[in-house]
Design a binder for this molecule. Structure first.
Ligand code: SAM
Length: 199
């Protein structure tokens, strides 16, 4: 099945794929395989968020829908004092995130979870490239449930594209404030702000 990574929790594993990337001055090696999002290159939207995401010392950070772990692993390299969590519904994504954390010598927590089902934690910062192909209802849950699992103050930093302008409507509806932080080609990076005081 095409796009198994969006709909199957235990997809088939294929051949090992290696990806090399330099992000924020650090060189990374990622292992990947079939049925993980963007299996043979770092997605340009993911790379833009990884290059631009804002992290503060000692924050508790979640990479929600982590794939093979790019955002969470970069976050730990950039902010060694941060407490970084990665989660995904896809078992292969969880497996390869754990492998890639070791490969890149970072210590992070990796959890298999459908949204926040297995995560009884709150975070200061949530970073995500959400699964747009799975449809608007799931994106709505990514945004609303992120708000509910953020401390106050807290930030949701997410990738979108010009095609998915409804993200702005959802951020406006569920967050206390939001901003379009970066644009590059079709890619957009938004930040949703939880301040505890909805305007
Ligand atoms: C667009 S991909 C981004 C992957 C990775 N963060 C990256 O940037 O390369 C979205 C990810 O969300 C995961 N996902 C889809 N539905 C999910 C759910 N209900 N709960 C948690 N993760 C989910 C997918 O398995 C996929 O890895």
């Amino acid at each position: 099945m095409k796009f198994q990574h969006y709909f199957v929790e235990s997809p088939e594993e294929g051949e090992l794929i290696t990806i090399k990337e330099t992000i924020r001055g650090h060189r990374f090696l990622f292992y990947s395989t079939s049925n993980i999002f963007s299996k043979d290159h770092v997605d340009p939207g993911t790379k833009l968020l990884a290059e631009t995401m804002v992290l503060f010392d000692e924050q508790k950070v979640l990479d929600l829908g982590c794939g093979y772990g790019v955002l969470g692993i970069v976050a730990k390299k950039v902010c060694p004092s941060c407490n970084i969590w990665l989660s995904d519904i896809n078992e292969l994504a969880v497996k390869y995130s754990k492998i890639n954390a070791k490969l890149n010598k970072v210590s992070v927590n990796v959890v298999k979870s459908n949204l926040f089902e297995n995560i009884n934690e709150k975070f200061d910062n949530i970073i995500t490239n959400p699964p747009f192909t799975a449809g608007k209802e799931l994106i709505k849950k990514f945004i609303l449930e992120s708000y509910e699992h953020l401390n106050s103050p807290g930030l949701l930093q997410l990738v979108s594209t010009k095609k998915f302008r409804y993200v702005e409507t959802l951020l406006k509806r569920y967050f206390d404030d939001f901003d379009l932080m970066f644009k590059q080609g079709d890619y957009l990076i938004y930040v949703g702000i939880k301040s505890g005081s909805k305007k």
